[in-house]
Every structure is written in C-alpha cells, then in structure tokens.
Design a protein around this ligand. Sequence first.
Ligand SMILES: N[C@@H](CCC[C@H](N)C(=O)O)C(=O)O
Length: 260
Amino acid sequence: MQLEFYKYQGTGNDFILIDNRKEFFKNDTKLIARLCDRKFGIGADGLILLENHPNQEIDFKMVYFNADGKESTMCGNGGRCLVHFAHFLGIFKEETHFMAVDGLHAAAVENNEVSLQMQDVSFVKKVSDNAYFTDTGSPHHVAFVDDLVNFPVYANGKEIRNSSLYGKEGSNINFVEVQSKGLFVRTYERGVEDETLSCGTGVTAAALVAYHSKQIIKSPVAIKTLGGSLQISFIPKERGFTNVFLKGPAQQVFKGSITC
Ligand SMILES: N[C@@H](CCC[C@H](N)C(=O)O)C(=O)O
C-alpha cells in the first residue's frame, strides 16, 4: 500500500500525521514503529491519526501513538500539530473542538501559533525533596535541577522512568531549571525512550508544579525547551488548576508517501 503522510514539528517534537477520515489506516504496532524509525522509516517521535468523530459538533478525533508503535495518552505538542493540520485541511477556520484520549479539547490557530486547552489538572503530589508527580493528560515526574544544560537527562530520565516509583506504566520524566524569564525544561519521554526536543504535556506539568511549589508566582509562564519556546497559562483552583493553555508554534515540514 502507498501511504500518504504529512510530517509536522512543534518545538522540535516531530510527528507523522495521517488524514484517516476514510479509516484506511489500521492500528498496527510494528508498522507504526517502523514508520517512526529514524533509520528504517520516515522518522518521528510519534504518529497521529486525524479521524472523524460521530458527534457532528466535534470537528475531529485525535489518535496518538508513541514512536514504539503503541497507542498512548495525551500528546500536547502532537495536539497542536494536529490542530494546525486540521486547519490546513479546511476542517475549521479559527477555533475548533476535538476529541482526544483524555477528553474534549478547544484550540485556536493564529498564523502558525496554536493555542491548545488542556484538561483541568486535579492534583500535584510531592515524591521526593526536589520532585513532584502530576497528570496533564499524560503522567509526568517533574524534578528541579541546577545547570540543566549540562544535566544527563537521558541517563537520569531512563532510570527514574523504569524505577519502582512508576511501576509497569512508567512516566515521562522532566527536569526543570527556574530562570529569571521563566522555566527551562528537558524531558525524557516514555514510549520514545529518549530525550525529545520538547514535550507539551511535560512543560505544562512543569509550569503547574513550579507554581504549586511556589517557585514561580504568576501565569503565563514562558518556557524554553531545546526545540523552541512555548507559553503556559492557567488559573489555580483550591485543588489543582483550570483554564490550562499550551501555546506555541506548529509547522508542516513536508508531505510524502511511503510504500508499506
Ligand atoms: N510529546 C508528548 C507526550 C507524548 C506522550 C508520552 N510520550 C506518553 O506516552 O506519556 C507531548 O507533547 O505532550
């Protein structure tokens, strides 16, 4: 079969996007892992299907797979890329509502910036002296460190991700440095099993945890990642956060077709 795809990146977190409204692409873990492989395939941190949703008021459905080929939980940067793709396909003009694995999301596109509303966050749990756990649609460990640019993210991330703290399900592992202009965040991603250049649900977790632990005092928060800049805004509640938005650039890099 000849598979038509679009390659996207959102602050360096890269994805293969497929318009699957006609449902020709079937979930196949080995095939998805091969398409995401950077030597034997197209290369990406994940693959995302854009599908129809049975409710006419919901513009589309997002189905996300990690580079290991397995369907996973919410992907913030992938969601922003998919919104840009849906806009490119003419599915909506300015604002949209789509369904993802963690529920309904609202989003808007302006130039090449996508603002994506994340689910409300109900808890932040302290897990050690300098680390917390929360869920922003995907599970995230957030640890505060110094000199993040020289920090061994891969080695430490891999160890914590596979530790008894997170069991079989594992977690994404974020390392955060508080800087004068905001937060610098680097993430080891579960399912990619490597550091990615940026993680949308991860930087969201970092901002909310930094506020919860009083290391920042206001929203919006400027975020720096190895792949570019993002912004997180939120309203704190008595327990947790509401009106959580992840905003930043999304870019269509190329279109292609591959025999599979
Ligand atoms: N890159 C993503 C997170 C994708 C999901 C994650 N790897 C998991 O399986 O938990 C993002 O931008 O949020």
